[in-house]
Write a protein that binds this ligand. Structure first.
Ligand code: FES
Ligand code: FES
Length: 196
């Protein structure tokens, strides 16, 4: 005969909703540092960066792929980190705004944003910076119009667009030299398209 009282022995198992979520192993290199993690399959890369790794430079604006505040670089390519699950990035190299500077030396884009006064509240700025670096990596923009078009996924509620464009153009001009002209733009760039 059992030593437990009848009421305790009859306690049903907890409902499925209270059971621990399954964790998946995940290896990432973030700003040059290797990370070994365990995450639920539903955690976005944005939430992993901000809530688990305290890399809060990357901002959450809409959480729906509409504003670009959460832009980071994955293997040098810009993505909205709110739209990708962390587990989908297994093994990837990720750069956030915290990884742009070289120690105490600001990244050229960061310097240009300061020099051109390309921010007001600054909330969109980390996403603008990462997106601008992605834009430069893509090598598809030479002119102001192309920069405006290809940065159009990054919303600035303060309306600092002219200064942001000035800052990106300053770095592009520096990297491309005075020979860059509209005609030098790669032929495959099509007005009205923005890389996802
Ligand atoms: S928070 Fe990701 S696009 Fe707005
Ligand atoms: S500087 Fe405020 S949202 Fe862009």
């Amino acid at each position: 005969m059992s030593d437990f009282p009848a009421s305790r022995a009859a306690t049903p198992p907890p409902p499925a909703t209270t059971r621990a979520a399954l964790l998946y192993p995940l290896r990432l290199t973030i700003n040059g540092e290797p990370h070994t993690l365990e995450v639920e399959s539903t955690v976005s890369l944005l939430d992993l960066l901000r809530d688990r790794l305290q890399l809060t430079g990357t901002k959450k604006g809409c959480d729906h792929g509409q504003c670009g505040a959460c832009t980071v670089l994955v293997e040098g390519r810009r993505i909205n980190s709110c739209l990708t699950l962390a587990v989908m990035q297994e093994g990837a190299e990720i750069t956030t705004v915290e990884g742009l500077a070289n120690g105490d030396e600001l990244h050229p884009l960061q310097q240009a944003f300061i020099a051109k006064d390309a921010l007001q509240c600054g909330y969109c700025t980390p996403g603008q910076l990462c997106s601008a670096q992605g834009l430069i990596n893509e090598g598809q923009a030479c002119t102001r119009d192309q920069v405006r078009e290809l940065m159009s996924g990054n919303i600035c509620r303060c309306g600092a667009y002219p200064q942001i464009t000035d800052a990106v153009m300053a770095v592009l001009d520096e990297s491309q030299g005075p020979a860059a002209t509209p005609e030098a733009s790669p032929a495959h760039w099509t007005p009205g398209t923005v890389p996802a």
